[in-house]
Design a binder for this molecule. Structure first.
Ligand code: SF4
Length: 110
């Protein structure tokens, strides 16, 4: 697969935007900048527990397959922003509730 935008744009059906997405996700730096959302979600779920952001970052970077690292960054942020929110996580609506290790999950209302 070509790794520069000009070569990608020569492929049928690939415009500048698609080329940029491919470059970002397939050829970007596989790093995760742990913000408050990623830190919370990682610790609650148990996917990468850590006492500080650096610990969480190192665990995530070690555990997440490289090809998913850039996307995982966005997925974790969005999950923390809209579902696993800080005060009252929306556990009854959460798609990974069965996998999550958080002890104080929000119960479903009846
Ligand atoms: S089950 Fe609750 S605590 Fe666990 S990830 Fe989902 S929203 Fe967050």
């Amino acid at each position: 697969m070509p790794s520069d935008r000009e070569s990608l744009e020569e492929l049928p059906g690939v415009g500048r935007k698609t080329a940029n997405v491919v470059l970002n996700t397939a050829f970007g730096q596989p790093t995760i900048a742990v913000d408050t959302h990623i830190f919370r979600v990682s610790n609650r779920t148990g996917i990468a527990k850590g006492k500080n952001v650096l610990e969480v970052e190192r665990r995530l970077e070690r555990l997440i397959p490289k090809e998913f690292l850039l996307d995982a960054h966005h997925w974790l942020i969005l999950h923390g922003r809209y579902i696993c929110v800080a005060r009252k996580p929306k556990c009854p609506q959460c798609g990974i509730s069965d996998l999550c290790e958080f002890k104080d999950k929000t119960p479903a209302t009846t």
